[in-house]
Structures are given as structure tokens and as C-alpha cells.
Ligand binder design. Structure first.
Ligand SMILES: [Zn+2]
Length: 432
């Protein structure tokens, strides 16, 4: 057990480890890894670090448990409410031990659309306050959130010279006057202030189990209903939602966060109001909820609402739907079209690209046949690609060798070729 400093409020655990390095007077990153993790393979990760159980072991047992560190000193709570419960549990297990990048993949699907942070950022005036309170600087997690460019109290964030995901991945670096140039700050606008307040709510939510995708689906459906964005009895009016989003948010803010392709049939905005099959990022949730709810709201209330959604109704609807089977002629016709497409494109992927609607229809209405057919097609293609006609290859080689010999046997400028030379080189390679 080493004397790891206590983390400060909102401090990244990455930063606590970096401060230990300074306090212990360590220069070598390897020595730091030995001290803290007893493992030189640990990657210094700013946002979603692993090996937290090793860190927790350096504190008295009643002080911190692992989930506390994940929820108070990493960016995990920004993603946790939006991934299904089983994945949340899996991510916590990865953070306790190691994940070999799996955690970024599991969460990354929803984070990848947001702009990436290139350098660890800081707020110069917060540094002043930290120095006054604690006599040193540390990296706050509030500064490292993709999509947030300001400190809520003071103004725009500045880039340090410390890379967020550096090539030399094993060093933990604390803020110093050397890697943070203090420059004047730009001011905070209203939207930034709003986003930061919502993100602070997420970061301070108590640890809880995550809602299911079905509950999120039902929540957004009822949100659309209560905001009069429903056509007929149950169809989402995507145009009405689009108008509300455009009225509330500037194009600039949406563009800087890669969330501006709102009209797209396959874009995030339509996706979040359809059946959820993947998770959405905190920014997408904030933008959608804020556009439709024309009143103050908090994530605490939203989480209660989402988790109270009973999903029996939609499943009843799907059951009723699945009882109405399409007639066999239609199934037969669509099967034929699909087989034709596979033949034409030589792959399931290619066929799917050409007729996505057919792919979805067969998946819904003729799943067993569809999956089996696709599986067989995959299997059939692989061995074909690997088949080699050895006899043909041998005779081609022999023909080429005879040709080479015919061309070169009377060329006296070439090196000597004899049985002896060949035998000698074989002997040499045997001796190797
Ligand atoms: Zn600040």
C-alpha cells in the first residue's frame, strides 16, 4: 500500500495518480506503474480508466470502493444511464480490472459521434481557486467532457500541451505551469451554461441500475405525445420534432458536436424517437429532451420517469403484429428477390446495401428461413475462396521455369548455374 493522495472534488483519478508521481518524486513512468499498479502494461486513460481495484487497494477499506471511484472520479456516469444494465455491470467489471479497450468500444458507440478531445483541458481561474484551497493544481473531470468547451463559472477552457490519448500511453501527467500556458479566457454563453448544468446533474446522480432500451423507447414516445408531435393515433411526427430542435438550438452548436444532420432518415434525431437498438450520447438526450419539454427539467426526474415506463404495451403490440402473418406468396416472392440479390452481389452485405427494406422485412416476417439462408451463403463462399487447384498451379510453375531456362541457358553473362551450386546452397540452408 502506497501513500496515494486523496482525490479532490471532481478530480479525475488519472490526475490523483499523476499527483502521487510528483509527491513521491518519481521521474520514471515505469516506476510509477510499479508503485501503483504493479503492472507496467497499464494504460494511462483520462476518461474511462481501468485497474481501479488496484487504486482502491491503496486506500483504507472503508474509504472508497471501486464504484465510488468510477462514479466520482471518472467520466463513467455520463454514459452509464444510457447503456443497458448488463452492459453497465460489465463496464464496471472492466474498470475494476482490465478491458483491453473493450470499455471504449462498449460505450464508444454512443460517444463516437461527439467531437474528440485532443488535449487535456483546464480553466485558468479554477486553477487559481484550486491553488488557494489546496496549494496545488489538479485536472477536473468537468473540463474533459466532449462537447463542453467552457467552465460554468469562468469562461472558455484552454488546451494544455498534455495529449488526451498520447502515443506514449503509460505516463500520468499532472498540470504544471510548464504544460498549461495561462491566457485570457472567452466568456460563457447561455447554451454552454445550460449544457454544463445538465452534465453536472448526470455526474452527481447516485449510482443506479440503468433503464432498458424498451423503457427509453417508451419514454421518447410519450415525450413526443405530450409535446403534440404525434400524427394519427401513434405515429411520431418527425418534422414537428425537427422544428422544435431547430427552434431551441443554434446550428453552430449542433455542428460543432457533429449532431447537425437532423433531417437524415438514419440520423440520431429520428433514431432516438424510434425503437432504441443502440444507446445515444448524453448530448443527444439533452438536446432532444430540452427541445420538447417546454419547462424546467432535471435528469433525476427524467430517470425516475424512464424507469417507471412499463413496456408491456409495446410488446403486446408486437405480439399482435406477429400473429398477422403475411401470406405465403408474398414470402415466396421476397425470398426469390433476396436470393437473386445475393447471387448478383456475391455477398449478404452487398445485397443488404442494395435493398435495406427487403432485408428488414425478411428479418421481421421470415426470420428462420432468412437467418439460415444467410448462414449457408456465408459458409458457401468462404471455402470457395480458399480452394486452390494444386495440379494446375504446379504445371504453370513448371512451364514458367522451362521458359526461364530456355531464355537464360545460353546467356554467358549470368552467374554460373550448376547442380553443385544448388546442392551447396541447400546444404547451407540445412546448416542454418
Ligand atoms: Zn473555472
Amino acid at each position: 500500500m502506497i501513500n496515494l493522495p486523496m482525490p479532490y472534488p471532481q478530480e479525475l483519478i488519472y490526475s490523483t495518480v499523476a499527483r502521487y508521481k510528483i509527491r513521491a518524486g518519481l521521474i520514471s513512468p515505469k516506476q510509477l506503474l510499479d508503485d501503483v499498479f504493479e503492472d507496467r502494461g497499464v494504460v494511462a486513460t483520462v476518461d474511462l480508466p481501468c485497474h481501479l481495484s488496484k487504486i482502491a487497494n491503496h486506500y483504507p477499506h472503508n474509504r472508497f470502493n471501486l464504484n465510488y471511484i468510477a462514479y466520482q472520479h471518472t467520466l463513467f456516469p455520463l454514459y452509464a444511464p444510457f447503456i443497458p444494465e448488463s452492459r453497465r455491470q460489465e463496464c464496471l467489471r472492466w474498470m475494476a480490472n482490465h478491458s483491453q479497450g473493450a470499455i471504449h468500444l462498449a460505450i464508444g458507440s454512443n460517444a463516437s459521434r461527439l467531437p474528440s478531445v485532443k488535449y487535456i483541458r483546464y480553466c485558468p481561474q479554477c486553477f487559481n481557486e484550486q491553488f488557494k484551497d489546496y496549494g496545488e493544481w489538479y485536472w477536473s473531470r468537468m473540463w474533459q467532457i466532449p462537447g463542453i468547451t467552457c467552465c460554468s463559472k469562468h469562461g472558455s477552457l484552454a488546451n494544455s500541451s498534455v495529449e488526451y490519448r498520447p502515443n506514449s500511453r503509460h505516463d500520468f501527467i499532472a498540470p504544471t505551469p510548464h504544460n498549461c500556458n495561462i491566457n485570457p479566457q472567452g466568456s460563457v454563453n447561455e447554451d454552454d451554461r445550460f449544457l454544463i448544468s445538465k452534465i453536472s446533474e448526470l455526474l452527481s446522480l447516485a449510482e443506479q441500475s440503468s433503464p432498458t432500451f424498451e423503457q427509453w423507447t417508451t419514454f421518447y414516445h410519450s415525450l413526443a405525445r405530450s409535446s403534440n408531435c404525434i400524427r394519427g393515433s401513434k405515429h411520431i411526427d418527425h418534422l414537428c420534432i425537427l422544428e422544435k430542435v431547430k427552434n431551441r438550438w443554434s446550428l453552430e452548436l449542433l455542428e460543432t458536436n457533429n449532431l447537425h444532420r437532423l433531417e437524415s432518415e438514419t440520423g440520431w434525431l429520428r433514431g432516438i424517437f424510434r425503437k432504441h437498438r443502440k444507446s445515444f450520447s448524453y448530448l443527444e438526450h439533452i438536446i432532444a429532451i430540452e427541445s420538447l419539454l417546454e419547462q424546467d427539467w432535471s435528469f433525476e426526474e427524467i430517470m425516475v420517469q424512464v424507469k417507471s415506463q412499463t413496456t408491456t404495451l409495446p410488446s403486446k403490440i408486437t405480439q399482435a403484429k406477429s400473429n398477422v402473418k403475411p401470406d405465403s406468396e408474398l414470402i415466396e416472392a421476397n425470398r426469390n428477390i433476396w436470393m437473386g440479390l445475393i447471387k448478383e452481389n456475391q455477398s449478404i452485405k452487398g445485397a443488404r446495401k442494395i435493398n435495406q427494406a427487403l432485408y428488414a422485412w425478411l428479418y421481421r416476417n421470415d426470420k428462420t428461413w432468412f437467418m439460415n439462408t444467410n448462414k449457408n451463403c456465408h459458409q458457401r463462399h468462404v471455402p470457395k475462396g480458399l480452394t486452390v487447384n494444386w495440379q494446375r498451379r504446379d504445371s504453370e510453375f513448371v512451364r514458367s521455369l522451362i521458359k526461364i531456362n530456355d531464355h537464360t541457358c545460353f546467356d554467358l553473362t549470368l552467374p554460373r548455374k550448376s547442380k553443385k551450386v544448388v546442392d551447396e546452397s541447400n546444404l547451407l540452408s540445412l546448416n542454418d
